[in-house]
Design a binder for this molecule. Sequence first.
Ligand code: CDP
Length: 194
Amino acid sequence: MIFTVAIDGPAAAGKGTISKAVAAHFGFGHLDTGVLYRAVGAKGGDPIAAARTLEPEDLNRADLRTLDAGQAASRVAAIPEVRAALVAFQRDFARREGGAVLDGRDIGTVICPNADVKLFVTATAEVRANRRHAELGGDYDLVLREVIERDMRDAGRADAPMRVADDAIVLDTSDLSIEEAVEQAIRVVAARKA
Ligand code: CDP
């Protein structure tokens, strides 16, 4: 069975938690595509060469979740050759036997335009900054600034900008607990799968 769930949305919207829970619920594989860009940014050197030679161990670095790694990821993610080098891996994953959930910025628009389910998970910048601050600590105002700056760069780039796919369902989690958000996402996927 091939079944692809695309989950896109801005920084710290809860895509990761929702994607993991949806994948676990249905027994699908899960790919956090942000990790690919974070790993390219963290490798340093020429980002195009880094993307073309990315290895599994690059994805396991301990420093990929930091604010700096997020900023570096969004800078290298604007380079078309970097994005191109990562397409085949993502599309292969999407078509893996047994179903797949991919989360990122361009899954429903560019990587898997024919995905069976497309969700766009969002929340206000303040709510998202609060969640990232709870995860990473540090200075809240700095976290908020970084979230806003990254969203602007991701939505404003020419190649595969972050945007809501025409046929995506928008899930605004600003006023939802994580349990409620997960429940709604599972309900949407279950309805399409039936
Ligand atoms: O976890 P968070 O939402 O903060 O970020 P992420 O999903 O790990 O993505 C980090 C950065 O990678 C984003 O800000 C984007 O610039 C880039 N990215 C992308 O361009 N396309 C994707 N499919 C996934 C991430």
